[in-house]
Design a protein. Structure first.
Length: 261
C-alpha cells in the first residue's frame, strides 16, 4: 500500500530536552520531513524559518496564542466579549505563519464552560472573520475538540460537535483536526468516525491513550489508523503529538516504517 501522507513531528512536545529552534534539526535527523508546533511565539519567527530552510523541513501548522495560563486561558475564539483581542491574536498567528511558511492554523476555541449561547455566537463571529483572512493568505484553519478529562470546560470536546459547527459555519477552509487521543477518550469508534467525518478532516494527530505517549502502547491500534489513511490516499500530515516516555529518538521505532517510505 503506497503511503501518501507525511509524518509531522510536533516540536512543542517532542525533543523537549533541546531548545525550541534546535528541535527542528533533531526532527530532520530523525527522518521527519515536516514539523508542527503549538505556541511558538516566544521564538523569533525568522529564526524558526532559517532553521526550517537549513534542514529542508516544512512547518505544517501552528496554534493561535494560548493567552494567559495563569488565568486559565486556552484560546479566545469562543470566549464572549473578546472579539477585539481575538482579532489581534489571530493577526499575530497569521503573521507568524506567513514567516515560517505554515499551511494551517489551529484556532484555539477557549474555556467557555461548553457551548453556551454566548460562546457559540462569539465562535461563529470570530471564526467566520478569521476564515476570510486565512483564505486571502491561502491557509486552512483547524478546529480541534479537546477531551473533557484533560481540559474540562473547553468550548468543544467532541468531533461530532465540531463537524456540526462546521456545517453551520459553511466555510470550506475551516476543517476538523482529528486528534486520535482526544477523540478516543470522548467518543471512540475511531475508524467509523474517521469515515463519517472524512470530508471535514484537515489534519490528523496521534498519541497513545490513555497516557499520551508514543502510539505503540495503550488502547488504540495506531497501525490500523495509519493504514486506513494510506488506503484513503490521504495526502496531508499526521502529527506525532505526544509526551515521550524517555528519549524522543529512542522512542521512534513505531514511526520507522512510515518515515522511510
Amino acid at each position: 500500500m503506497r503511503q501518501t501522507f507525511t509524518l509531522s513531528a510536533n516540536i512543542s512536545m517532542l525533543f523537549p530536552d533541546l531548545p525550541f529552534p534546535a528541535r527542528i534539526g533533531a526532527a530532520a535527523r530523525a527522518g521527519f520531513r515536516a514539523v508542527e508546533c503549538q505556541f511558538p511565539y516566544a521564538t523569533d519567527a525568522q529564526e524558526v524559518a532559517a532553521e526550517l530552510a537549513r534542514h529542508d523541513l516544512v512547518m505544517n501548522g501552528i496554534n493561535t496564542p494560548q493567552g494567559d495560563p495563569a488565568k486559565g486561558e486556552f484560546g479566545m475564539a469562543a470566549v464572549p466579549g473578546t472579539q477585539s483581542r481575538f482579532r489581534d491574536e489571530f493577526g499575530q498567528a497569521l503573521a507568524y505563519a506567513a514567516t515560517v511558511g505554515a499551511r494551517t492554523i489551529h484556532v484555539m476555541s477557549g474555556m467557555t464552560g461548553g457551548q453556551t449561547a454566548a460562546a457559540r455566537e462569539a465562535f461563529f463571529e470570530n471564526v467566520f472573520w478569521a476564515s476570510h483572512k486565512a483564505r486571502l493568505a491561502g491557509l486552512t484553519l483547524l478546529i480541534e475538540p479537546l477531551n473533557a478529562v484533560d481540559r474540562p470546560g473547553y468550548f468543544v470536546a467532541r468531533s461530532d460537535d465540531v463537524v456540526a459547527l462546521l456545517g453551520e459555519l459553511g466555510c470550506e477552509n475551516v476543517k476538523l483536526l482529528f486528534d486520535v487521543y482526544h477523540i478516543q477518550i470522548m467518543e471512540g469508534d475511531l475508524l467509523r468516525r474517521l469515515e463519517r467525518h472524512w470530508p471535514h478532516v484537515g489534519h490528523v494527530q496521534l498519541a497513545s491513550v490513555p497516557r499520551r505517549h508514543e502510539p505503540d502502547e495503550g488502547e488504540v491500534a495506531f497501525a490500523a489508523i495509519l493504514a486506513d489513511l494510506a488506503a484513503r490516499r490521504y495526502d496531508g500530515f499526521v502529527g506525532a503529538e505526544y509526551n515521550p516516555r524517555g528519549s524522543t529518538q529512542e522512542g521512534l521505532d513505531w514511526a520507522a516504517p512510515w518515515l522511510k517510505r
